[in-house]
Design a protein around this ligand. Sequence first.
Ligand code: MG
Length: 374
Amino acid sequence: MLIRRVEVYTVELPYKKPFTISMGTSYSSTDVVVKIIDDEGNVGWGEASPSRRVTGESEDTILSAMSVLAPQIINEDPLNVEEIERKISGAILGNTAAKLALEMAAFDLKGKILGVRLRDLLGGYKDRVETDFTIGIMSPEEMASDALRYVEMGFRILKLKVGLDVEEDLARVRAVRDAVGKDIRIRIDANQGWSVKQAKKALSSMERYDVELAEQPVKWYDYEGMAELTRESPIPIMADESVHSARDALLVANMRAADYINIKLTKAGGLLEARRIAAISEAAGIPNMIGCMMEGGVSITAAVHFATATRNVVTTDLDSDISLKEDFVEGGAKCENGFRILPEGAGLGNLRVKEGMLKLWKVFEEGKEVSTPL
Ligand code: MG
């Protein structure tokens, strides 16, 4: 069986409410969705979620990269995902979200052809994983009332976005801890918003609110600062924007620049590279979280498969689809009482993409584009 056709779509995904982190506020996401089809009509789905400030990609750059990447997989055997990954990773530097969408679709197709769930192709470990719910930066009162709402929905882990002002950040964490009580796990994410000095002050003050970990307190390129905080902070440090690839994970492991590494499929550019990051992390004694960008149900479901296949993934932050006004997929990983549960079915599972929500961009067949932009 060979991949014969790649259809590339865009989909508008407005959020239920604006989402603010230290790097800015966003209101919606335009994701790129790919559908790949083999010569027997089997279908695989993939999704790319742009993150301008983390991977440097927008919907336009993802589409542009697709013109280079999609022809690479035409006439390839979908069972040879390593070979597909070699071709797409060698075709253009960076552009990890675009690469992820194609590799994910190839894995989905492979699973469908073999009649095996993606989780089982990748390892196989468990059927569900607990996720946190992320609360964007707002006033302490708003964050506390949102926190209560999510706890009522069954979430037992909350991730609070911080990183604007140390005193205000402290007030946010205090307000949420006071509202939810001591049994709810709280973690924070400063998204590079602090200096090392500010981070030291913030983290030593936040210790009393029982914060379990602090994600990316300082700039992604400040590996020395991350190492210093990992040595000195009373709260464990997690690298997020500092680690995209296996090479980055090796650097962080060698420098002891984090206590945890947050894997995101979008940063890694695929499940295979994500697995390499997990392997390096595990060998270095660094547990992983798997997180997300503002992704819909296809990409989130792929991440749940990865998490349920990978023992070194000890916690997850897979909640973005819950924050969408309407997802473009039904039947992906369910969320019940804070747990993400794998769907039944081969590949990514028996999910139904609402094709009416998708806008066709281009179709690639036999190594050439067969239609122009609509
Ligand atoms: Mg983060």
